[in-house]
Design a binder for this molecule. Structure first.
Ligand code: G6P
Length: 617
């Protein structure tokens, strides 16, 4: 989705803005633009295509200003084009604006402004914003010739009052060359505090190189930023104070560290990221510490249902722990896709525990579902990777996965961290409820401690997977089969493949094969089976046999000795308790998606049409 960067200080803004936009490329975008203040006039350079193309635009080298805003656009209203790219200016070229989000009432606002003599040049919803600011600025200013920053702020506030939908905006003005004003509603924005310089971004990694001190703007708040100062205002424009948070991520965490792509780096980071997740909750005596959660034991005893709500890979992490919650805690656990859940009037009461999983903590549908549950009186927990993200501020409680920044669009290390953390939480809950077999709990805890080493062993499948990928990358369809937890792994493996290789793939519960999908199996069709649960292995082998009989080319991912099988290729992974086997079994499938995409010469980190952080519905 769109990305925002801003800089104000003593240095030339342009290189900092370009570097920031480059580090936001992973979010997915189709156009880029930048606006700086040059000797009291506004310069705007923008075009469709890559950030690096901005450097070839005429006028780029003469951008000397020390104040600027910048944007990567992921088209919603209006196709990717120069004119639709941000920043957008008002008709008098006094204000320049970049915007993330969607203005739902932009037609109405456009009509209003057109009736006041305003001309629109783009098809975007955003172009109403600088023109509304300009309209209110002229109204406020009247005949007063003094340049009062409060007039600028008031104009921005009045414009924001008119906007329905979501926005994070940065505004600069030629009349106020020493300021940037920002505002937000339902779209993230962070402000990085420097020394005689300040930074703004939609996402922490864009400015992590310059500062670790971040302010998080809340909805309906405004910030007036100069190089030496940041002032915050609430929606009534009363000044408010805010504390900054220190982000522990190292700037080197957003380098590729010698790997060809972020995705490969992130797959290989999993032994460490899962170790960090475990250590974040493990105490010296081997117990789990969740005492930071504001959930009393009395409350936990009253839970009658658990909803786990998320999108994409995060939703698959929910599926991977559903059975564990039900088996250990004996509480019905439903996993729901956020965009469906929010519109289906789910049954929620004060005894329903609602858990939301989001790597970014900014996914619009997940946030809306969270809001719904809070309004229904349920207690909410967010599982996220990003400190300070919207979800951490909205949920009653949050737990960080500690996976480190994930840059590749296709989520890998976030998934394994989410499953690990939620399994640990389910064990904690089961211990409080006191209804679970202690041996099972101890066994699971031991298995969790083994995860980092076993993940390392899973990475050793890289070579054999690479060979398999080189023989498979021309396929048109690939099927994934599994039962129980292995069906969840199949779903996540299939999603990875679709996302980055653009090969059509489907995941099926192996037992469902005969009810339709087997009709699609032809000689040579690739079918990947996952078998990690001993209790279901004979059944899964039988189902796989049905496709083998029909000539399918088969790959098996397993940690079980299976006699009498006819799979073409077998990948062995370490033994582990089936409740957490998805954490290991997904690794070869992540590698498979990666190598197939590489064989097809695709951009694995930035697959077409996808965005890392989906901040619109
Ligand atoms: C997008 C990303 C996926 C991610 C999903 C949910 O679709 O491309 O990788 O799983 O959003 O994102 P979240 O940040 O909420 O986990």
């Amino acid at each position: 989705m769109c990305g925002i960067v801003g800089y104000i200080g003593n240095k030339k803004a342009c290189p900092i803005l370009i570097a920031g936009l480059t580090s936001l490329e992973y979010r997915g975008y189709d156009s880029a633009g930048i606006s700086t203040i040059e000797n009291d006039t506004l310069s705007v350079l923008k075009d469709k295509g890559r950030v690096k193309n901005l450097k070839n635009l005429s006028g780029f080298n003469s951008l000397q200003g020390t104040v600027g805003i910048a944007h990567t656009r992921w088209a919603t209203h209006g196709k990717p084009s120069k004119i639709n790219s941000h920043p957008h200016m008002d008709n008098s070229k006094t204000f320049s604006v970049v915007h993330n989000g969607i203005i739902e009432n932009f037609h109405e606002l456009r009509n209003f402004l057109t009736s006041k003599g305003c001309t629109f040049y783009s098809e975007t919803d955003t172009e109403v914003i600088p023109n509304l600011i300009s309209y209110y600025y002229n109204e406020i200013k009247g005949t007063d010739a003094s340049n009062n920053i409060f007039d600028f702020l008031t104009a921005v506030k009045r414009a924001c009052d008119k906007l329905n939908g979501s926005y994070a905006i940065e505004v600069i003005s030629k009349d106020f060359p020493n300021y940037i004003i920002t505002a937000k509603k339902n779209s993230p924005l962070v402000i990085g505090k420097g020394h005689t310089e300040n930074y703004i971004a939609s996402d922490i990694p864009a400015i992590l190189e310059y500062t670790k001190d971040f302010y998080f703007l809340e909805d309906d708040e405004f910030a007036v930023i100069s190089k030496d100062n940041i002032k915050f205002y609430n929606k009534s424009l009363n000044e408010i104070s805010k504390n900054f948070k220190q982000i522990s991520w190292s700037p080197t965490a957003i380098n590729k560290n010698g790997f060809e792509d972020y995705m490969l780096k992130e797959i290989f980071e999993q032994p460490d990221s899962v170790r960090n997740t475990i250590n974040s909750r493990l105490t010296e005596n081997g117990k789990y510490d969740f005492s930071d959660l504001n959930l009393s034991n009395e409350y936990l005893q009253t839970i009658n249902k658990i909803y786990i709500v998320a999108c994409g890979t995060a939703m698959h992490a929910g599926l991977a722990v559903k059975n564990t919650f039900e088996k250990l805690c004996k509480i019905t656990t439903q996993v729901e896709i956020a965009s469906e859940f929010r519109y289906r009037n789910p049954l929620i009461d004060i005894n329903t525990l609602c858990i939301f999983i989001s790597q970014s903590g900014e996914t619009a549908d997940t946030l809306a579902a969270l809001d719904l549950c809070k309004n229904a009186g349920a207690k909410t927990i967010a599982i996220t990777n990003v400190l300070g993200s919207s979800i951490t501020r909205m949920a009653d409680n949050y737990m960080l996965t500690h996976a480190g920044p994930e840059i590749a669009v296709a989520s890998t290390k976030a998934y394994t961290a989410q499953v690990t953390l939620l399994t640990m939480f389910s064990i904690h809950l089961a211990e409080i409820l006191g209804i679970c077999d202690k041996n099972l709990i101890e066994d699971l805890k031991y298995n969790i401690l083994c995860l980092p080493d076993k993940l390392q062993k899973c990475l050793n499948t890289n070579k054999i997977i690479k060979d398999f990928a080189s023989k498979t990358f021309t396929e048109k369809d690939i099927f994934f089969l599994g039962r129980g937890i292995d069906y969840t792994t199949a779903q996540e493996g299939s999603l990875k493949l679709k996302e980055i290789s653009y090969i059509h793939s489907e995941a099926y519960p192996a037992g469902e094969l005969k009810h339709g999908p087997i009709a699609l199996i032809e000689p040579g069709t690739t079918v990947i089976t996952i078998i990690t649960d001993e209790s279901l292995s004979a059944k899964s082998v039988s189902n796989a046999q049905e496709v083998i009989t029909r000539g399918a080319k088969t790959l098996l991912i397993t940690n079980i000795e299976l006699s009498n099988n006819n799979f073409d290729t077998i990948i062995n992974i370490p033994k582990i308790h089936p409740f957490i086997s998805s954490i290991l079994a997904i690794v070869p499938l992540q590698l498979l998606a990666y190598h197939i995409a590489k064989n097809k010469n695709l951009d694995v980190d930035k697959p077409r049409n996808l965005a890392k952080s989906v901040t619109v519905e």
